[in-house]
Design a protein around this ligand. Sequence first.
Ligand SMILES: [Fe+2]
Ligand SMILES: [Fe+2]
Length: 339
Amino acid sequence: MSEVGTTHEDLERFLAHHHLVGAGLKREGVAPLREGNTAAYWSWEGIYKGLMQSGKIVTVGPGGMTGMRSVTGIEARKFPIWMNAQILMPGERTQAHRNTRSETRLVCEAPPEAFFVCEHEAFPMERGDVIVSPSWTFHDHWNRGATPALWIDGYDNGYNGGVNLNERLPLDAPYQDIRKPADYGVRTRGRARPHKTESPYPLPPMRYPWAETRAGLHALAEAGEQDPCEGIHLMLASPVDGGPTLPTIAWHAQMLKAGQKTQAHRHNSTTFYFAFEGAGSIHIEGEELRWAQGDIFAVPAWKWHHHENGASRDSILFSIDDWPAMTKLGFYRKELAQP
Ligand SMILES: [Fe+2]
Ligand SMILES: [Fe+2]
């Protein structure tokens, strides 16, 4: 099914065919859960067409739906963490809120005038940027440009006891005022920073520009340094302590060189991947899943898996993984297969 149609019902049918559901749409008649070891896989064709049509027929912001317009894999909520995809149309701004789960986003495409607003600071949104609103930080999205802004969200829903406390601004004000200067976070959380002795929570919002992530990947590639299981692999580190991105989840970016095959391994954390550039395959307990740019897929806990890039060009994956939460709880285990 490649046509998205024109009505809400058409869109629901299209999304269900692609194992997706949309916020603001009915969740009836969704496709059965996918069978197989990968447990979750969503194609960019379904995500992109579903988002673009949602942008036309589902309204967001004050007066529209209270949350963010999204499409989510129907299997996603089986996992403690997950990704979904969101779109903000030209001129739209979502209503500000904060909640106990952490919200993180990877920008797929956005006009230069689109911003993510968090704790009264406006963050630019360029393709490949990861922008994080940690638990209990006020945030909203604002697209002042002429084209849609699309991004992939990553959540740590499974770690807030199933009760995602949600709060609006005082007096139900729709938006935060932007009162921090440009690049406030960059300028105050580098090597020179205010000396603070109080609790670090809520953690500060963070933006990881693609230009920096890309430069890091290429530096590792030039140095020939890589992880046997992941290829050329970076963690987006917390600016607070240099550890994982958040207490619950870490964002990673990895480059798989043309022709590369990584070592099989398993761990009891969950990984959600977004295919950022190129194509490749992941092999999970004998099942091969081929992916291409824009696809989302998940590796469930404790399944043997490895990556292959059979293409003639390098590929880039972004991912979230809940190894930080699992490690803190004392549960984390990882095994490598014999090479
Ligand atoms: Fe949110
Ligand atoms: Fe893995």
